[in-house]
Design a binder for this molecule. Structure first.
Ligand SMILES: Nc1ncnc2c1ncn2[C@@H]1O[C@H](COP(=O)(O)OP(=O)(O)OP(=O)(O)O)[C@@H](O)[C@H]1O
Ligand SMILES: [Mg+2]
Length: 398
C-alpha cells in the first residue's frame, strides 16, 4: 500500500486560525479532506501577542479539520506573516567538475546562493527559486544532465525576525503540533490563486487580511517582490469603533453594512454608544470619511512597496486580491481607477474534495500553504536542511 501524501496546513491569521488537511498531488492539485476556521484573539497585525489564547484557537481549528478528514496529523506546515518579513536576493555559481549538471550541483549552487548575510536577530524562513543559468544562459528550467562548465543559481531568501518566528513555533507546539515547515503567508496566498500564465506575464497579488496586507509581485514566472503592510480590515473596524464611539462588534457590523470606498452616500444611521444605552444618530458620510482616511493610508503603503518594482507598462495580468479585507465595497474599482490596472478578486484554484469553503478568498493562505508543502518538501527531524533543499529542487523539476 502506498502512503498518501497528507498534509496539515495552518494559517494563524489576525482574526481567524484556519486549518486544512489535504492531499497535495504532484501536479499541484490539492484534494481537501478537512477544513476549519476558528476566530482568534491574541494576534495583532499577523503577530502572536497572547500565546494561550492563540494556541487554543489553533487547537480548535486543527481538531475540527483533522476530525473531518479522519486523520490525526500533528506535523504542520505553518504560514508566517507580519511586516517583519523581508526578501534578500542571493546569487552564486558553481564550477561543474564532471562537465554535466547533477542534482547535487543544483543543490550546491542553491545553497551557495542562499548564503546571504543576515543581520542579527533575523533568520531564513524560506528560499524561493528565481532562476538558473548554465554557462551564462539564463532561464534554464531543468539543467540536470546538461553539458556545461558552470551553473549559477538566483534565489530570494525570505527572512523574518527570530523572536516572532520563535513565538509562532511556540503557540503551534502549545497546540500539540510541530511546525515542520514554514511558508511566508503572502507567497502561499499567491500560489493558491494565481495561474502560471499570470505569473509569467506579470501580476500583483494583495492578500488583504484583518491586520496585514501581503504584497507579492510575479513576472517571468518567478517572484519578484514580497512585502507586508501592517494594515488590514481590522484597522478600519478599530477606527470606526474609536471614531464613532461604538464597541468593536458594532463597528464591525457597521463596516460590513455601510463601509464603502469611493462612494458618496447620504442619510443617517443610529448607533448605540459605548457607554450606557444612549443611541446616537450619525451621518453615513462621517463613517465613510473614517473608512476613506484609513484606505488612503493603506493604499499609500501598498504603493510604497509597488514602487520598488520597475514596470515598463504595469502588470499585464493586473492585480489579484484575496483575504477578507479585499471584500470591502468599492475597493476593487477604487484601485482600478487609481492605478489604471485591472483588479479582480482571486479564489483558490486547483482544488478537489471539500473545496467549497476553501475556495473563498479568506482561505487562500491555508490552501497555498498546503500546496507549497509539496514543492518545498516537509522536513523531518532527521533530515538536514540541505537534503530538504535537494528535495525541493527535485520536486520543482518532476
Ligand atoms: N464583506 C466584507 N467587507 C469588508 N470587510 C470584510 C468583509 N468580510 C470580511 N471582511 C474583513 O476581513 C478581515 C479578515 O480577513 P482575513 O480572514 O483574510 O484575515 P486574517 O487572515 O485573519 O488576518 P491577517 O491575514 O491580516 O493576519 C476582517 O477585518 C473582516 O472585517
Ligand atoms: Mg490572512
Amino acid at each position: 500500500m502506498t502512503k498518501r501524501p497528507l498534509v496539515l496546513a495552518v494559517d494563524v491569521g489576525t482574526t481567524k486560525v484556519s486549518a486544512l488537511v489535504g492531499e497535495a498531488q504532484t501536479d499541484g492539485e490539492l484534494t481537501v479532506l478537512g477544513v476549519a476556521a476558528s476566530p482568534v484573539v491574541g494576534m495583532r497585525r499577523g503577530l502572536v501577542f497572547e500565546v494561550e489564547r492563540v494556541a487554543m484557537a489553533i487547537r480548535d481549528a486543527v481538531n475540527r479539520a483533522n476530525s473531518m478528514a479522519g486523520t490525526d496529523l500533528t506535523q504542520a506546515v505553518v504560514a508566517v506573516n507580519g511586516d517583519h518579513l523581508a526578501i534578500e536576493a542571493g546569487q552564486a555559481g558553481v564550477h561543474l567538475k564532471s562537465g554535466t549538471v547533477s542534482p547535487e550541483d543544483v543543490e550546491r549552487a542553491t545553497r551557495k546562493a542562499a548564503q546571504v548575510t543576515l543581520p542579527a536577530g533575523r533568520e531564513t524562513v524560506q528560499v524561493i527559486r528565481r532562476g538558473l543559468a548554465v554557462d551564462g544562459f539564463r532561464g534554464v528550467v531543468d539543467p540536470v544532465g546538461m553539458v556545461a562548465h558552470q551553473m549559477d543559481a538566483e534565489v530570494f531568501v525570505v527572512t523574518g525576525l527570530t523572536t516572532v518566528i520563535r513565538n509562532l513555533r511556540r503557540v503551534v507546539s502549545m497546540a500539540g503540533l510541530n511546525a515542520a515547515l514554514l511558508i511566508p503567508a503572502p507567497q502561499a496566498s499567491a500560489d493558491a490563486v494565481l495561474a502560471d500564465d499570470e505569473k509569467q506575464v506579470g501580476v500583483v497579488h494583495l492578500d488583504v487580511g484583518g491586520g496585514t496586507t501581503g504584497v507579492t509581485v510575479y513576472r517571468g514566472g518567478h517572484l519578484q517582490y514580497l512585502g507586508v503592510v501592517p494594515i488590514g480590515g481590522e484597522s478600519i473596524t478599530s477606527d470606526l469603533s474609536v471614531g464613532l464611539g461604538v464597541v468593536t462588534t458594532q463597528a464591525e457590523r457597521l463596516k460590513l453594512e455601510y463601509a464603502a470606498v469611493g462612494v458618496e452616500r447620504e442619510g443617517t444611521l443610529e448607533v448605540r454608544a459605548v457607554s450606557g444605552q444612549s443611541v446616537k444618530v450619525i451621518p453615513v458620510k462621517e463613517l465613510q470619511e473614517i473608512v476613506a482616511a484609513r484606505v488612503d493610508e493603506w493604499v499609500g503603503l501598498v504603493e510604497s512597496h509597488l514602487s520598488r518594482i520597475e514596470w515598463a507598462k504595469g502588470p499585464a495580468a493586473g492585480v489579484v486580491m484575496t483575504g477578507g479585507g479585499a471584500l470591502l465595497k468599492g475597493l476593487r474599482s477604487f484601485l482600478e481607477s487609481r492605478w489604471g490596472w485591472p483588479v479582480r478578486l482571486g479564489a483558490p484554484i486547483g482544488l478537489g474534495g471539500l473545496s467549497d469553503l476553501s475556495r473563498s478568498p479568506g482561505y487562500a493562505v491555508v490552501v497555498g500553504v498546503a500546496r507549497d508543502s509539496r514543492m518545498y518538501g516537509l522536513r523531518s527531524e532527521t533530515e538536514s536542511v540541505w537534503k530538504r533543499m535537494v528535495q525541493m529542487w527535485l520536486a520543482l523539476w518532476n
